[in-house]
Ligand binder design. Structure first.
Ligand code: SF4
Length: 340
């Protein structure tokens, strides 16, 4: 005879006590594990680790103002702690490594991929392919990644990332990945133009193409001369699911990004599980106003004096957030995301 008795947990974050009764082995006491922590109505399923903010390039469209002079890079110990926190969360399917340029710290990247795979998660990598000076060289860089079971290898390949029209390194990296049988994708960002609506169904998903989004460096470098919209029209956040994010980015400072430079909290101060469980978007001083009234709502609720018009929602959002930096440094972090 076997029987399973489940008892009510003491609180939503407590393990569910269980008594398992077997005829041969008596009564066993255990737990059914923690309840799945949720953000809003959804469960966090993807984390993108910003392994470093350092990059070989200083692209005009970069959301995080990455470049050769940036230093913020995970240590092995920090990666280990983050991966333990991801395991504790218990809801993740996939972990991405990106940056900055993650291949600049190749041994760290390799060890990170190994640790994530050992913890049982799928791994993806995003790179600009600067290291693939030929397909043959690319094979040497990527063979260990193939052996560890990387399931998505995305290469940024567009006018922003190429050194000149003869630069074929992204293409070599992609060819090497394909030869090794690693699932491969290309991230191609088009030159600046205005797209009034977010692609249907893509809110909260990683950016894999299309026009430049005017966040970060793009808001400062690529908006000149573009058509503007009255600020009163900019009443929603079209691209991120701030209420119930399914994926977030984490940087080496510990910031958990809801959108680049907009932090849910810091995992070096409070574990990811607790941050996710405690996240109340409406009470967040930046996400709350954005949810209630979009970028113009953010500016209005905080009494900011803004220009009459902006290229799009992200352009106004970035400008308003930069003005709010001194008031909300914990939530508008890291400062590098604002070009500082
Ligand atoms: S409106 Fe603001 S929060 Fe929303 S995607 Fe644009 S920059 Fe991010």
């Amino acid at each position: 005879m076997r029987g399973l008795i489940r008892c009510a947990p003491v609180s939503p974050d407590e393990p569910i006590p269980v008594f398992l009764i077997t005829a041969s082995e008596g009564v066993h006491v255990g737990t059914l594990g923690r309840l799945r922590p949720q953000v809003g109505g959804d469960v966090l399923t993807g984390i993108h680790i910003l392994l470093t903010l350092k990059c070989t390039r200083e692209c005009d469209h970069c959301f995080l103002h990455c470049g050769p002079s940036r230093e913020a890079t995970f240590t092995i110990g920090q990666l280990r702690t983050l991966i333990r926190q991801i395991e504790e969360l218990g809801t993740l399917n996939v972990v991405y490594f990106e940056g900055g340029e993650p291949f600049l710290f190749y041994p760290l990247l390799l060890e990170g991929v190994r640790m994530v795979r050992a913890a049982g998660f799928d791994v993806g990598i995003v790179t600009n392919g600067y290291w693939a000076t030929s397909v043959e060289d690319g094979l040497h860089w990527l063979r260990p990644m193939r052996d560890l079971g990387v399931v998505d290898f995305s290469v940024s390949d567009d006018e922003f990332h190429r050194l000149d029209k003869n630069d074929r390194r992204a293409e070599f990296a992609r060819q090497a990945a394909q030869q090794l049988g690693i699932p491969t994708a290309t991230i191609c960002i088009e030159p600046p133009s205005v797209s009034p609506q977010a692609a249907e169904g893509r809110r909260g998903k990683p950016v894999v193409g299309g026009s430049v989004l005017f966040r970060g460096r793009a808001a400062e470098k690529l908006t000149a001369g573009l058509p503007m919209r009255p600020r009163e029209e900019l009443t929603t956040c079209p691209h991120e699911d701030l209420l119930s994010p399914e994926r977030v980015h984490v940087d080496a400072y510990g910031n958990v990004h809801l959108c680049q430079g907009l932090s849910m909290g810091n995992i070096w101060e409070k574990a990811l599980f607790e941050l996710v469980r405690g996240y109340d978007a409406q009470k967040h001083p930046i996400a709350g106003p954005l949810l209630r009234g979009g970028p113009i709502g953010l500016a209005t609720e905080h009494g900011l004096a803004m220009n009459d018009s902006y290229v799009d929602e992200c352009h106004l959002c970035y400008a308003a957030r930069k003005l709010l930096l001194p008031r909300f440094p914990r939530y508008l972090a890291p400062i590098e995301a604002y070009g500082l």
